[in-house]
Design a protein around this ligand. Structure first.
Ligand SMILES: O=C(O)CCC(=O)c1ccccc1C(=O)O
Ligand SMILES: [Mg+2]
Length: 322
């Protein structure tokens, strides 16, 4: 017999580092638990305000409809809401034991705090890959800091994320502070300019490669081999089912473009699944999952080595059961 429960969580968190002005003080989402006999599978459905097109209310409704049908023995189609399709497909994959347990537990370290502290943290990393948000302050400041880090830490690889905040002039101003010999250690800048054509031109002019993030979720987006485009950044919660994620990764591979699996601020349950997904489908890449520490605690599953407290089901609210 098939059984399903939909749980709700709310975790205090501070998201200023990643979301900037759109910051959240609490992350809300749903967890889905599927059971068949003594097998079970979990998934997380957590639309991210400001990024997802669906909200939690419509996600809950869609998830309930899907689960009702599934419990009756049906095989419902993937939800059209990306967060729902992602969470349900993870729960099914766990149930069917198709999501391997091994995970990519080393993430690109999210650069926070003051430069001295950052410097020490990066120096201690086994795989020195860091991700820095740029475009919030002066482009010159960003350029100086990035240049300084690359110069001081000769093994460091840097990923930058501008979230489309630069005009073409600002982007070039940033690049002027990065010596040409250091540029190849910038893995990529995610979406430097407002418009994708300007971002590609930036890559052409500076030799600094770029990655698509926001563009991936815009219609019409057609992945192609483009000079200067090094990677796509996939946030599964904003993308959809495991099948869809696999298709995107496969397409990128065909064009010689790297894929980085990245967080949309999921709880430790979803985040550990993303680490497993990353290991399974993008084994050679360091994922962008360094967001757990923004939360006050972990839920149901522990990220290996995390000192954050781990909370159990008592911290969840039951929303629906069948
Ligand atoms: O990609 C990462 O390394 C961390 C996640 C991250 O930056 C992010 C998280 C939530 C929403 C948007 C973004 C972003 O890439 O801008
Ligand atoms: Mg990004």
């Amino acid at each position: 017999m098939r059984q399903a429960t939909l749980w709700r969580y709310a975790i205090p968190m501070e998201t200023g580092v990643v979301l900037r002005e759109a910051r959240l003080h609490q992350r809300e989402g749903l967890l889905v638990e599927l059971r068949v006999g003594d097998r079970h599978g979990w998934g997380e459905i957590a639309p991210l305000p400001g990024f997802s097109r669906e909200d939690l209310c419509s996600a809950r409704q869609d998830a309930r409809d899907w689960l009702s049908l599934w419990c009756k023995g049906g095989t419902p189609n993937d939800s059209g809401l990306p967060s729902v399709a992602f969470g349900l497909s993870c729960a099914l994959a766990e149930l069917e034991q198709t999501l391997p347990q091994a995970g990519s537990w080393h993430s690109a370290a999210l650069c926070t705090g003051d430069p001295d502290e950052l410097f020490e943290r990066l120096q201690a990393l086994p795989q020195p890959v860091a991700k820095m948000k740029v475009g919030q302050y002066e482009a010159a400041r960003d350029g100086m800091l990035a240049g300084l880090l690359l110069e001081a830490l000769p093994d460091l690889r840097l990923r930058l994320d501008a979230n489309r905040r630069w005009t073409p002039e600002k982007a070039l101003q940033f690049a002027r502070y990065i010596a040409p010999t250091l540029r190849s250690r910038i893995d990529f800048i995610e979406e430097p300019c407002q418009c994708p054509d300007d971002s590609r031109q930036f890559a052409d002019e500076t030799g600094i490669t770029i990655a698509w993030d926001e563009s991936l979720r815009e219609e019409p987006f057609c992945l192609q081999a483009q000079p200067g485009v090094a990677a796509i950044v996939i946030k599964p919660t904003l993308t959809g089912s495991l099948t869809r994620i696999k298709q995107q990764i496969e397409a990128a591979r065909q064009y010689g473009v790297r894929t980085i699996i990245s967080s949309a601020l999921e709880s430790s349950l979803g985040l550990t699944q993303l680490a497993r997904l990353a290991h399974w489908l993008t084994a050679d890449e360091v994922p962008g999952l360094d967001t757990l520490n923004l939360m006050q605690y972990q839920l149901l599953r522990a990220w290996p080595g995390s000192p954050l407290p781990l909370k159990d089901k008592e911290w969840l609210t039951r929303e629906w059961q069948s």
